[in-house]
Ligand binder design. Structure first.
Ligand SMILES: *[C@@H]1O[C@H](CO)[C@@H](O)[C@H](O)[C@H]1NC(C)=O
Ligand SMILES: *[C@@H]1O[C@H](CO)[C@@H](O)[C@H](O)[C@H]1NC(C)=O
Length: 469
């Protein structure tokens, strides 16, 4: 009995508590609007317009990728291999998302890479497979900043920079790698092209990354595959130094982190309009929900990781209810194996609904507001109104019902969003049909989200995201 007790105390004291700190890696998530050098202070309306503008490129890319992959799997050609090049040695000219995502997202992390480590600001992106940054290789007097003032990784200053040979098997599996390989020891190249004319070229390498554990200690992760982007063209790249790829694929940082921290990562997003004194965190390993004030129990729904091939995080939605009434939305809107499907995405701000769902949701939300508010025209939103003296209790409660009976009940401010002083809009945009629906990061605010890639589960719980001190 006492031995058992002793064992229990020992077990808990010795294993669980240290495990909490050392088996957890943590990054502070910095919202784009908090990074002064990235975006000079703007008024709220300009900020929202910027979000919408950035979203439009991303949503286009996601839609094209999903559409492209569907065609691929129909003709049984590429299927999963979105990354592999055409084999002709030419650039991938289709605007695939993935590692190609251009770095114009909303949440950034500080990332330390190389030996000694160099520091970068990367977009944390669940829609990208590859982690890459602006980079110079084979260059000895290069500037440390690019002409656009972004930081540049100096690979020759890092003793841990190991290029991936183009003759290696790994090269063939990396996203957008080029088949061309005249010298077997030469680095594996990539070349991304975007629909908007932007492009990124570079080489793949293994590098050492320095990360912080939840207990504050820093440790090194070795052989993390990174893209060293030496040539960037186009306006999409102005936002950050690169991308932290959190997509679900073999080359993603998530899969690398799994070796040390297990296959879970989580984040809690504070309101994008909140002050600089509150932070969101991106955590690998234990989700640390207990560390947050006022958090409810987690609900879980299946992550349908294989239904939409590659990097995205699809979820199985069964329907949407408004004011307690289940809306009449054709079920094929939610079907990822058909022409619809839903993904949860950290990089889109607004929420995009395939047209048949969009029309029904908007009608139901507008109904109680039409007579009682003064409407305002505000592109691209369909419904905006003067919100001075606005009574929030007019807005019916929206619930997203998952197929396995989990229910996501966002706060009203996540779908009736503040766009300017005294102005609110319904925060949905139509994504056409056929089309994928995207749950964006404004809808995800004030919840903890846990992506469990091993058990293929998405957990979520209401949270203020403010940590207990
Ligand atoms: C890069 O890292 C992977 C493991 O992540 C390893 O299999 C491969 O051999 C490494 N290649 C080089 C060139 O270091
Ligand atoms: C952050 O600062 C604002 C005003 O500057 C204050 O009202 C708010 O309580 C602070 N939040 C936290 C979590 O400290």
């Amino acid at each position: 009995m006492s031995l058992f007790l002793l064992f229990t105390i020992f077990f808990n004291g010795f294993f669980s508590i240290p495990a909490f700190g050392s088996k957890t890696m943590q990054f502070e998530l910095i919202h784009r609007h908090s990074v002064h050098e990235l975006s000079p202070p703007k008024n709220q309306f300009e900020r929202v317009q910027e979000l919408v503008h950035i979203d439009s490129h991303r949503v286009h890319m996601i839609s094209q990728t999903v559409g492209k992959r569907r065609k691929d799997s129909e003709t049984n050609s590429l299927g999963l291999g979105l990354g592999s090049s055409s084999g002709s040695g030419s650039a991938a000219t289709i605007p695939l998302h993935s590692g190609a995502y251009s770095g114009t997202g909303q949440y950034f992390v500080q990332f330390r890479v190389g030996t000694p480590s160099q520091k970068f600001l990367l977009v944390a992106d669940t829609g990208s497979d590859l982690t890459w940054m602006n980079c110079r290789s084979n260059c000895h007097n290069c500037p440390r900043r690019s002409i656009t003032n972004r930081r540049v990784f100096q690979s020759h200053r890092s003793s841990s920079f190991k290029t991936i040979p183009c003759s290696s098997g790994m090269c063939q599996t990396l996203p957008f790698s080029l088949a061309q390989c005249t010298d077997p020891k030469a680095p594996c190249n990539y070349d991304y092209r975007y629909s908007d004319g932007s492009s990124a070229r570079g080489i793949f390498a293994n590098e050492t990354v320095m990360v912080s554990q939840a207990n504050g200690r820093k440790i090194k992760l070795h052989n993390v595959v990174i893209g060293c982007s030496s040539s960037l063209q186009g306006s999409s790249f102005l936002a950050a130094d690169g991308v932290l790829g959190l997509g679900y694929s073999d080359s993603s940082f998530v899969v690398k982190a799994k070796e040390k921290f297990g296959g879970k990562f989580s984040y809690c997003l504070v309101d994008h309009l909140s002050g600089k004194n509150v932070s969101s965190y991106l955590t690998f390993g234990h989700n640390s929900i207990g560390n947050y004030i006022g958090s409810a129990n987690m609900q879980y729904t299946q992550l349908a990781l294989s239904t939409m091939n590659g990097g995205f995080y699809p979820v199985n939605v069964a329907g949407i209810s408004i004011g307690g009434v289940m809306l009449d939305i054709p079920i094929n809107v939610w079907d990822a194996s058909g022409e619809g499907g839903v993904i949860i995405d950290s990089g889109s701000s607004l929420t995009y609904l395939a047209e048949p769902a969009y029309n029904v949701v908007m009608d139901a939300l507008k109904l109680p507001l039409i007579g009682s508010t003064k409407q305002i025209e505000l592109n691209p939103f369909e419904f905006c109104f003067d919100s001075i003296n606005f009574d929030e209790s007019l807005v019916p409660k929206l619930v997203i019902h998952f197929a396995d009976s989990a229910r996501f009940e966002p706060p009203i401010k996540s779908y009736v969003i503040d766009v300017a002083n005294g102005m609110k809009c319904l925060g949905f945009i139509s994504n056409g049909w056929p089309g994928v629906s995207i749950i964006g990061n404004i809808m995800q605010q004030n919840f903890m989200w846990e992506f469990d890639t091993v058990n293929k589960l998405l957990g979520f719980a209401r949270s203020s995201c403010a940590k207990r001190s």
